[in-house]
Design a protein around this ligand. Structure first.
Ligand code: ZN
Ligand code: ZN
Ligand code: ZN
Length: 96
């Protein structure tokens, strides 16, 4: 049983809660990182998950510009030429 934190309604598991949220609270979006619903998902992902980079095409958030590149390569509707530049500080350091 999943309880809607907005109105307190009991829903049939996470799937039922997702259906309820879409129907009753359309302003809320599901965070793909913690599975919770937020009215201001953008701010939540920045504050709680440090997702400071945003895909300019679909708006999905990432921790770094490094994480954006594979995202672009997976998506057909993301033009390769608009891949954001990877900043030096975002490149993982290999210390081996
Ligand atoms: Zn509700
Ligand atoms: Zn979250
Ligand atoms: Zn995207």
């Amino acid at each position: 049983m999943s309880i809607c934190k907005v109105c307190g309604k009991e829903c049939q598991g996470k799937v039922g809660l997702g259906v309820h949220m879409r129907k009753s609270h359309p302003g809320y979006e599901k965070c793909r990182l913690c599975g919770d619903f937020y009215m201001n998902l953008d701010r939540h992902q920045i504050e709680e998950h440090d997702m400071t980079e945003k895909c300019p095409v679909c708006g999905m958030r990432f921790e770094s510009s490094w994480g954006l590149r594979p995202h672009y390569q997976q998506k057909n509707d993301h033009p390769n030429e608009s891949i954001p530049e990877i900043r030096e500080k975002d490149v993982p350091q290999m210390n081996e």
